[in-house]
Design a protein around this ligand. Structure first.
Ligand SMILES: [Zn+2]
Length: 138
């Protein structure tokens, strides 16, 4: 069954993980040491943006009658799924202080979310170290 919906979801399923590939390149750049800090900063920024705005994680917005929330695919840790009310749900959670804990628990809600969260933290640290003169290993 090669419906267009199936095709796009299959492409989306793999294409959406380019950030992991960039993350692997970033780790290789760190191990290799031959890549300059510019390469590391660009890769770090790419992985960070991917995990915030593109990574295929679960939406998780509160849904009436469901304990685990919305199970649609969301675009990144900071964005919700295609449902308009969910789209900015997570950013709102970050702004409303009593819901930050809820947001943080969502970062580790499943394997995918944990992987994307670790990618975000890792790339952030990597970019930070690459940007601070003297902090990088020579
Ligand atoms: Zn949703």
């Amino acid at each position: 069954m090669a419906t267009s919906a199936a095709r796009s979801s299959r492409l989306g399923g793999l294409g959406q993980w380019w950030g992991v590939l960039a993350g692997a390149l970033l780790i290789a750049a760190w191990i290799n040491g031959a890549a300059g800090p510019a390469v590391i900063i660009v890769l770090s920024a790419a992985v960070l943006l991917w995990s915030f705005f593109q990574a295929p994680v679960t939406c998780g917005a509160p849904v009436r009658g469901r304990d685990d929330g919305c199970r649609n695919n969301a675009s990144g840790l900071l964005m919700g799924c295609h449902i308009r009310q969910h789209r900015w749900q997570k950013l709102k959670m970050l702004i409303v202080r009593r819901r930050v804990r809820e947001f943080c628990s969502g970062l580790f809600s499943d394997g995918k979310a944990t992987l994307v969260t670790l990618a975000a933290v890792g790339s952030f640290l990597s970019g930070l170290v690459a940007l601070i003169p003297g902090a990088a290993v020579h």
